[in-house]
Design a protein. Sequence first.
Length: 196
Amino acid sequence: MTDTRQHILATGRALVARRGYTGVGLSELLREAGVPKGSFYHFFKSKEAFGCALLDSFVEGYAEDLAATLDAPGLNARARLMAYFEGWRARQSGEAYEARCLVVKLSAEVAELSPGMTEVLARGVSSITARLASVIREGAADGSLPAHDDASALAVTLYQIWLGASLMGALSRDTIPYDSAMAATAALIDHEGPTA
């Protein structure tokens, strides 16, 4: 039973990563997953419930990937932070749509459409920025970064820069926005003092 649910979510993830949430119909999802409609409704009350479960699953997996990068042994906090953003650039500019961030893909699309999905996304983003703020504070402690007055505000600013770079990168289909985001990231984290 759990395998069927996970299979539906994995199939949905691949489809949604390519075409967005509204671009994927329920009949297409069921056909691609090879499951009957009854199986879908056994696990999900509606397409919106499926969307919430899909995002919950993504956020959970992302948290594990985030920990692997931001807790990498042998690297100081600055190096771990920059590795996170290097990974972001690689995933978002790569050919594998399934590897791209669903927060980037769906945030604008579902903001007006689904309060439940928006709430899952907001919780996910809060978790990510809190973890980034923690690493910024660790950088001040290990000497790899200057002390910042408000690590949380800086983390949110960095996340917003990269979210914007991802949208611009999707439009331009090149890495220039990511290169600019990387330069801005380095300048902001290496600058001592107020973040705004």
